[in-house]
Design a protein around this ligand. Structure first.
Ligand code: EPU
Length: 419
């Protein structure tokens, strides 16, 4: 197993390109299940989670070929309807196969994801929605078994805005008979990217990016070509890296217009962020101002940036309050940041951070992707050496983050654990 070793204190300087979005790639790959013919997707990030969704598709009999970050996916023949426990337990987003499979094949057997390091993360809303569309759902032996002759359009109102729930039902509705309306739908840019792909495939969708999505079912969908949108969370993570190191970096392919809440909060901390030519310039400030943050569904401040922002606040001049409203257990990084000298107190889903003068390098680890990123960021700014182990969490969702930081001048290397 690899670990990442960081010598803190280097200013990040230079240019770096933001990779394709993880959370857009996963549903878009699943959407291939709805089509006949060969889809071609560009700008797909090299990530463990992408390899996992490819395994899910291959296990269903789908043909998948990769060349230099472009994927050809042909689901003309789908020979199996099962997403097994071994794959779903590796990645919860495998549940995204459920909607497309029921819609196209009339049946699916997908393992229930179970709990996760950051919270219980139920999928009840995915199932209630499919039932409203006429699917018969049974939970048996740890699996969701869903059947339907042909799904029927329905009006579905989500109790909570759910990203993958919206994506699953939007995909299912494209092949349903009649009109589906999704109320209180998730508005995340990844939902919009997926809707764009589905429309290119021949689906009739209106309102993606708002809380009200209308889908008029069609008889069949065809293959298409698409370039995955850049990853706003990776871009935000790199912005925080610049903020923490008094850096001066330029982000290329930065999805600036999807990052309003993050950019707004980072500017409040004193980090300068300005569009410049084809990219976005980010300049860290000598004094990091403390700022309060509350995570919210898009367009609010994303939960996927909360841990990284907390690393920044650890070195701010003052007191900051961070409230996590999406997941009940997403403070995994707190105890590790404390080991690096951060002054953080938690009360339920609120963290109170008193900025300190300096952090000190330590051996740390995290069991969640964004928490791992937060520790690497803290390590960039800490005195001495930080070792972040269990790096496979990072590799699930960031394409070569350590290499990108190194290119920007960070003293960072990846070593085999035990060396
Ligand atoms: N929820 C329910 N019932 C459901 C579905 C969701 O109660 O059936 C609740 C959840 O427990 C949570 C809230 O609704 O409290 C929102 O969860 P959501 O369903 O939106 O999360 P998700 O779709 O499972 C996606 C991203 C996450 C990201 C969240 C929130 C993908 C593949 N995953 O998860 O990304 O944190 O939306 O924005 O898109 C990550 O990339 O590190 C990551 C965890």
């Amino acid at each position: 197993m690899d670990k990442i070793v960081i010598g803190g204190g280097e200013r990040l300087i230079g240019e770096v390109e933001v990779s394709g979005s993880k959370n857009a790639s996963l549903p878009i790959f699943a959407a291939s299940l709805l089509t006949e013919g060969e889809n071609l997707f560009h700008n797909v990030p090299r990530l463990k989670d992408v390899l996992t969704i490819v395994r899910v598709l291959k296990n269903l009999g789908v043909k998948v070929r990769e060349k230099e970050g472009a994927y050809r996916i042909d689901a003309t023949e789908v020979s199996n309807d099962e997403a097994p426990y071994d794959l779903v337990k590796t990645m919860r987003a495998s549940i995204l196969a459920l909607g497309p499979l029921v819609a196209r094949m009339g049946k699916a057997r997908v393992s229930l994801p179970g709990g996760c390091a950051i919270g219980a993360r139920p999928i009840n809303l995915h199932l209630v929605g499919l039932e409203a569309m006429g699917a018969k759902i049974e939970l048996r032996n740890g699996y969701v078994e869903a059947k339907a002759d042909r799904l029927k359009g329905a009006t579905i109102s989500f109790d909570t805005a759910t990203v993958t729930g919206t994506e699953n039902l939007m995909m299912a509705a494209t092949l349903a008979k009649g009109k589906t309306v999704l109320q209180n739908a998730a508005m995340e840019p990844e939902v919009v990217d997926l809707a764009g792909v589905l429309k290119k495939m021949g689906a009739k969708i209106e309102g993606a990016g708002t809380g009200l999505i209308g889908i008029e079912g069609v008889e069949s969908l065809h293959a298409t070509e698409h370039t995955i949108t850049p990853d706003r969370i990776e871009a935000g993570t790199l912005m925080v890296a610049a903020g923490l190191t008094r850096g001066n970096i330029k982000l290329l392919r930065c999805p600036f217009h999807h990052m309003e809440a993050v950019v707004h909060k980072l500017r409040e901390t004193g980090t300068e962020i300005d569009p410049e030519g084809e990219g976005v310039r980010v300049v860290g400030s000598r004094r990091i101002r403390s700022v309060d943050v509350k995570t919210q569904p898009y367009p609010g401040f994303p939960t996927d940036m909360q841990a990284q922002f907390m690393a920044l606040m650890s070195l701010s001049r003052g007191l900051s309050v961070i409230s996590e409203t999406i997941f009940e257990n997403r403070f995994i990084h707190v105890s590790e940041l404390q080991r690096m000298g951060a002054d953080i107190r938690t009360e339920g889903n609120t963290a109170i951070i008193q900025g300190v003068e300096s952090l000190s390098g330590a051996q740390v680890m995290a069991t969640d992707l964004r928490a791992s990123a937060s520790l690497i960021l803290a390590g960039l700014a800490a005195d001495g050496i930080t070792e972040v182990s269990r790096v496979y969490h990072l590799d699930r969702g960031y394409e070569g983050l350590d290499q990108k930081l190194k290119m920007l001048g960070a003293n960072i290397k990846r070593v085999k654990e035990g060396n």
